[in-house]
Ligand binder design. Structure first.
Ligand code: NDP
Ligand code: MG
Length: 391
């Protein structure tokens, strides 16, 4: 695998620095201040945190993407040497800066797509946490990727990337994409009907942003990850098997044509894949806890229940059909999850909304970012209409 040359101290931009991935990335930068320099930071609404981080890390550029927060008074406390970019294009502007080597896109949702596109266009390394970029725009983004330019941060995809190092991806027979099963593992569809927001926000393994936490409870997250893997590896979705691995110690596996299976194991700590996306091809020390395998009594495996966790099935349909259908799946899901978080949609209603939007869409092949933006807008309006009429 080729490597994009990095200077002695890599200049990092973190888009979505106020979120779960963003703050863990800042922690990695703090641990490795001799190797990583935080140059640019973006936030959407949490401007107080943004200003705090900009001061702590001496960032030279910051961006605020939410129009409603571009004029927040706290922004006047930014250091005089720090330039402020505002508005919906502000994160892309950071991605295009001359004095940045690697951009972590840790924005949540399809809002991250344009930033990922800007990073690839600029030729910089893209550390990609924002899986929705590939789910929605994989057909357009992947042909732009130079060898070694895109480093997946999603733990499963980081694991697959590492299992494929030195291998020929065409000799991979299938992928075992692992999944904790989420907080409702083993429940039937009926038992899922009265799940509350609080129940769903309590993920057993990972401490993440609200949207991905709900996606992990519905298993939409794993459905999105299958589509993400499809694009990253260039493999049909049928050969990307979801495997329940309750202990979350195996982060994914690649099975090769000769029957050999390579697995990536380690602690459930996102700082490890975030750091690797910065350090690749090197490996640096980590403060993350290490796994003592002598203390693990057993590793358990199982198949997912696609009848109860319908989002996983819907993502499979979208991945198989391809074109603009994954864009609809994603946009409808974002709206339904947001409604669920605001008590405006039930837990099982999320899949109903997504399915209705997918059924109403005539999938086309993906031609442009403008077309994807139109489809995204259509699906969001449709999803909002369904939610306001049904729930
Ligand atoms: P969070 O919700 O914790 O953080 C999201 C970040 O995106 C915040 O900085 C937020 O800014 C910013 N943001 C929100 N909306 C917009 C927008 N419209 N435009 C620009 N920026 C926006 O999410 P996570 O950190 O959990 O997840 C980020 C991404 O990483 C997601 O795509 C997720 O799927 C992926 N991921 C996350 C993992 C995790 O462990 N959390 C694991 C693997 C992948 P603000 O807070 O200022 O409003
Ligand atoms: Mg993941």
């Amino acid at each position: 695998m080729a490597v994009i040359d990095m200077p002695a101290r890599t200049r990092v931009a973190i888009l979505g620095c106020t979120g779960s991935i963003g703050t863990q990335a800042l922690d990695v930068c703090r641990q490795h201040a001799d190797r990583l320099e935080v140059v640019a930071l973006s936030a959407h609404s949490r401007t107080e945190d943004l200003v705090h981080f900009a001061r702590e890390y001496g960032a030279r550029h910051v961006a605020v993407t939410s129009e409603g927060h571009c004029g927040d008074a706290v922004l006047s406390e930014l250091p005089a040497t720090c330039s402020l970019h505002t508005g919906p294009r502000a994160a892309e502007e950071l991605a295009e800066l001359e004095d940045v080597d690697v951009v972590l896109v840790a924005i949540v949702g399809a809002a991250g797509l344009s930033a990922s596109h800007a990073v690839l266009k600029s030729g910089k390394r893209l550390a990609l946490a924002n899986k929705e970029s590939l789910v929605v725009g994989g057909d357009l983004l992947m042909p732009m990727v130079q060898p070694g330019q895109m480093l997946p941060v999603d733990s499963e995809h980081g694991a697959i990337f590492q299992c494929l190092l030195g291998e020929d991806a065409r000799e991979a027979h299938c992928i075992w994409l692992t999944c904790s099963g989420g907080p409702f593992y083993g429940r039937t569809l009926q038992e899922l009907a009265d799940v509350t927001r609080c129940d769903a926000l309590a993920h057993p393994t990972w401490n993440m942003g609200a949207k991905i936490t709900i996606d992990s409870a519905t298993l939409m997250n794993k459905g999105l990850e299958r589509i993400e893997a499809m694009h990253l590896i260039g493999m049909d979705i049928d050969r990307i098997n979801v495997l329940i691995q309750r202990e979350s110690k195996i982060h994914s596996m690649v099975e090769f044509e000769d029957g050999s299976v390579l697995a990536h194991l380690g602690a459930s700590d996102m700082r490890i894949p975030i750091q690797y996306a910065f350090s690749y091809p090197e490996r640096w020390s980590t403060p993350a806890p290490r796994v003592d395998f002598r203390q693990i009594a057993q590793l358990t495996f199982g198949a997912p229940d696609m009848e109860s966790f319908r989002c996983l099935k819907l993502a499979e349909i979208a991945g198989k059909q391809g074109g603009t259908l994954p864009c609809v799946l994603n946009a409808a899901n974002e709206v339904a999850v947001d409604a669920f978080l605001h008590d405006a949609c039930t837990f099982t209603g999320i899949a109903d909304v997504v399915e209705s939007c997918m059924d109403a869409h005539d999938s086309q092949s993906v031609e442009s970012f403008e077309q994807l933006a139109d489809v995204d807008t259509w699906a969001r309006e449709r999803a909002r209409g369904i939610i306001s009429s049904r729930f």
